[in-house]
Design a protein around this ligand. Sequence first.
Ligand code: RUB
Length: 305
Amino acid sequence: MADSVEVTAKKIRKLQVQGARNVAIAAVKALQTQAQQTKAKTKQQLIAELKVAQTLLAAARETEPLMRNAMYYIITQTQNAETTKIEALKETVVGSADNFLKDLDASRERIAEIGAKRIRDSSVVFTHCHSSTVTRLLAKAKEQGKNFKVTCTETRPAFQGRITAKELVDLGIETTFIVDSAARTFISEVDIVIVGADAITSEGNVVNKIGTGGLAVLAREARKPFYVVSELLKFDPETLGGECEKIEQRNPAEVWAEAPKKLTVRNPAFDVTQNRYIHGFICEEGIIAPQTVMEVTRKRFPWLF
Ligand code: RUB
């Protein structure tokens, strides 16, 4: 059985589970565990329990709409189930969670297939942070026998770029590792920039690891195409109602543990990349323009709106 809701929330908070997709998968599995272990006797009690879990998990990282959308889907399926029998409802939670995870896998595979076509032989790809979706796309291109190199940033302060670098080296991809502030120096040597996403807004902007927005501006200046790979379910429906995507502010000690007492250290986890810097979203429906993301998402996932 997967970790409990409490253990999962703690792991997510501490970045032991990181990346939007991995966070969502962990949360979905935690809801399954909750349903399997529940002592609830009525539908009302079970739903109430799931909602407490939903609040706890969502608060573990606030810039993760994929996790929120996943939990919303599972709980809504359970609420809408035409039964009050507790065993059947538990099965609904587990079954809809399994379906969600299966679809998520299929989406990533489709994204990898579509995106791999943009990796040309002898090209250099630039990426930032660690996105399991980007890694899968690069792995797919490598499986297809393409010969390319990757440059990746270390991604201060939590060094997720090291995860990317290790994965790419293990895949046999020639990889160059640089400090974040060297991005401008190396951007002229690359052919394409590909990053992941944590959130997509109704305007087609992207929220991703801090530094992504600056990288997009650099890519524009250097005339390099900048692509975002993302499952459409990273779309945040709340942004349609006027809410701004909340940017998680992490512990300043991650930046400098022994900082002087009177120093202000700030540590936002993410930033916003505006749609005008994005060549395209590589998603499960194809490569689409930022301005169309909301409509494409609405068509594929009407339950989200
Ligand atoms: C990770 C990050 C990733 C996205 C997409 O930030 O910004 O680019 O989450 O990842 P953190 P994926 O390490 O703070 O979670 O493609 O795996 O969903």
